[in-house]
Design a protein around this ligand. Structure first.
Ligand code: IPD
Length: 276
């Protein structure tokens, strides 16, 4: 039985290298364009970093498969099979990157037989490195991570992200969901502009829950391993098992807070990563 520890070591080295590219690219002028909607941004750096990550991994693991944000946007089929598959977001928080808002990450997940085995998330601005391997714990810069044990939603800090759709019907549901979270009452709701870093905050116990409609498998893959290995829960917005391709997620430190969030949410339909 493979333990994939060499893959974790390789992923860490590549995430650090990719992070250096992002750090120098953020200081330069950016070529920005949009993808699915005017608010779904991409830059030359996203393409460059994805190419760096995939080509390096492919050289090391020629039989492995790849799902990457920018390859998928360019039409490569987003398909999770039983084969060892790397799931990559080269720059998570592209809008933040464009504005030099300091919440930008490189995210590398890895799945085998559709089971998420490892995750690496590198915060490009402050150098924080989150890592986890299934069954072996989650770490932040080498220090073991533990989710919040809070069960009382009135003491919870909740994180979410907006997603790319801004039509009035979607915004009404988005704001309605946020209103429910605020009026629980919780301690607060935060939006930081990077799904992977927000999810990392669930793993570190800095916030109690995260929910979102409209994110992608490359936003969830690495973070799901890190949160679970830190003792947390990652699930579908209905409360059922996580479906990596479903473009929706709830994550929480405790099952009680996850259940509360699930009960409040009105769904927003973003389709699926593997059919769009
Ligand atoms: C996006 C960001 C954003 C979230 C989107 C993600 P990207 O990733 O994490 O905060 O709302 O759902 O897709 O496009 O910056 O890699």
């Amino acid at each position: 039985m493979e333990d994939w520890s060499d893959c974790l070591d390789v992923a860490v080295q590549i995430a650090l290298r990719a992070g250096q590219v992002v750090q120098s690219a953020v200081k330069q002028e950016k070529q920005v364009s949009s993808k699915s909607t005017p608010t779904d941004l991409v830059t030359e750096a996203d393409h460059q970093v994805e190419e760096l990550i995939i080509s390096t991994l492919r050289e090391k693991y020629p039989s492995h498969r790849f799902i990457g944000e920018e390859s998928s946007a360019a039409g490569v089929k987003c398909e999770l099979t039983d084969h060892p598959t790397w799931i990559i977001d080269p720059i998570d928080g592209t809008c933040n990157f464009v504005h030099s808002f300091p919440m930008v990450a490189v995210s590398i997940g890895f799945a085998v037989r559709k089971e998420l085995e490892l995750g690496v998330i590198y915060h490009c601005f402050d150098g924080t490195l989150y890592t986890a391997r299934r069954g072996h714990g989650a770490f932040c810069n080498g220090v073991r991570l533990q989710v919040s044990k809070e069960k009382d939603v009135s003491k919870a800090l909740i994180l979410t992200e907006i997603g790319a759709k801004r039509d009035p019907a979607t915004l009404d549901i988005f704001l309605g969901n946020m209103k429910k979270m605020l009026s629980a009452p919780t301690h607060g709701v935060r939006i930081i502009g990077s799904s992977t870093l927000a999810l990392s905050h669930i793993a570190s116990g800095a916030a109690e829950a995260y929910y979102q409609y409209g994110l992608h498998c490359w936003d969830i893959a690495a973070a799901a391993v890190i949160i679970r290995e830190a003792g947390g829960h990652v699930m579908d917005t209905t409360g059922g098992p996580l479906d990596l391709m479903s473009r929706r997620v709830v994550a929480a430190g405790t099952r009680q807070i996850a259940d509360y969030v699930v009960k409040q949410l009105q769904p927003i339909n973003y389709g699926r990563d593997d059919t769009d």
